[in-house]
Design a protein around this ligand. Structure first.
Ligand code: NAD
Length: 372
């Protein structure tokens, strides 16, 4: 019963448990909503302490993916998969190919992509058993690393936040504090540096910082110092769950605009706290949609220039979120949810008008969506 309650709480459509002892597979595929199209989402591999943590993670991320696709204007639904295990020790061809058979069994309702703990090589094993995989290497006709498009989306998103706050969108002379010096940050600093931004950066691994400060001018601080530095914009590009009572208390930023997923520890409470403190928060799933836009492009025959152009749309989407937030006196996170839900409802309404099937055409040929 408990699992049904978890599904019903946020209207998830489906949860598939995948188990194969000889392959060492214990996994979950969560499908939140396929109103807009097949559910797309990453495959996470992690040693969860408890099965319910894995379930909650899969369901939470699947729902975020629905909202991310909806607000980005993509015709995709939201899904997510988790594989329980240690990514450093438990990976094998057998594991990922067996997982791929489960994905195939869903007949295109779920499209898998890499996520935390998995990489392109793992997805290539999954692809041996199913065509419903995205985010594969360029050599195999895929879109490769999504980080350049994600970083570009963050950059244009920062500009949109500037525009609403100051009436101009130039970042020249502004200070940006970046948490995490990984793949997204590596591309983001190039855009910022080019526009004359003063960069402050931290990472818990010093070698990551070395490669960044080798290419651009940046001031390094300790990880625990990043929330209280004197900067205009905070860009969380490391982990989620970092905006809480304590970090908000330390912040003097005007804007938060970064790539990490699920940045607010409690969406409602911390969304309100940021608003009360006058900090403009770019909802994570809106500003970091470049990665999903990149993968969605792969489904139609990948071209990075087209993906980058579509990621520019994040600017206007954020302006709409900020406008609604001001008009309705809502935290920006709530305003984004309202816009995403509005699009889902609109498409559900359209579907009720159909007499036949609607068809999603793309790399997979035809994925037919019956009226639900
Ligand atoms: P990454 O793993 O390449 O980089 C993250 C960096 O953060 C690492 O260098 C890590 O050492 C550092 N880090 C971790 N904890 C830290 C801490 N407490 N303080 C300081 N540094 C810390 O990841 P990425 O691909 O650059 O993605 C960054 C974030 O954006 C992730 O949360 C990811 O889920 C999210 N995201 C990424 C993409 C993408 O296209 N790569 C798309 C959407 C969302």
């Amino acid at each position: 019963m408990f699992q049904f309650e978890m599904l019903e709480k946020h209207d998830h459509e489906q949860m598939t448990l995948c188990s194969n002892k000889s392959a060492g597979l214990r996994g979950i595929i969560a499908i939140h909503d396929t109103t807009l199209g097949p559910a797309i989402g990453g495959v996470r591999m992690r040693n969860y302490d408890a099965i319910n943590d894995a379930l909650s993670d899969a369901l939470k991320v699947a729902r975020t993916m629905t909202y991310k696709a909806a607000i980005s204007g993509l015709n995709l639904g939201g899904g997510n998969a988790v594989i329980i295990g240690d990514p450093k020790k438990d990976k094998s061809e057998n594991l990922f190919r067996t997982f791929g058979k489960y994905v195939e069994g869903l007949g295109g309702r779920y499209i898998a992509a890499e996520d935390v703990g998995t990489d392109v090589a793992d997805m290539e094993y999954v692809r041996m058993e199913t065509k419903y995989v995205a985010g594969i290497s360029k050599a195999l006709g895929g879109s490769g690393d999504p980080s350049p498009v994600t970083a570009y989306g963050i950059y244009v998103g920062m500009k949109a936040m500037m525009k609403r706050l100051y009436g101009y969108d130039s970042l020249r002379g502004k200070k940006v504090a970046i948490q995490g010096a990984g793949n997204v940050a590596r591309y983001l600093v190039e855009h910022l540096n080019h526009e004359g931004v003063e960069i402050i950066i931290t990472d818990k691994h010093h070698d990551k910082l070395k490669s960044i400060v080798g290419s651009v001018k940046a001031h390094i601080v300790k990880p625990e110092e990043i929330y209280s530095v004197d900067a205009d914009i905070f860009s969380p590009c490391a982990l989620g769950g970092i905006i809480d009572d304590k970090s908000i208390e330390e912040m003097k930023f005007s804007i938060i605009a970064g790539a990490a997923n699920n940045q607010l520890v409690d969406e409602k409470t911390h969304g309100i706290m940021l608003k009360q403190k006058g900090i403009f928060y770019a909802p994570d799933y809106v500003i970091n949609a470049g990665g999903l836009i990149n993968v969605a492009n792969e489904l139609e025959g990948y071209r990075q220039d087209r993906a980058l152009r579509q990621a520019e749309g994040i600017y206007d989407t954020l302006l709409k979120v900020l406008e609604l937030s001001e008009k309705e006196d809502l935290p920006t996170s709530a305003a984004a949810n309202r816009l995403a839900e509005g699009r889902l409802q609109m498409v559900r309404g359209m579907k009720n008008m159909y007499t036949g099937d609607s068809t999603f055409s793309g790399r997979f040929g035809e994925l037919t969506r019956k009226n639900r």
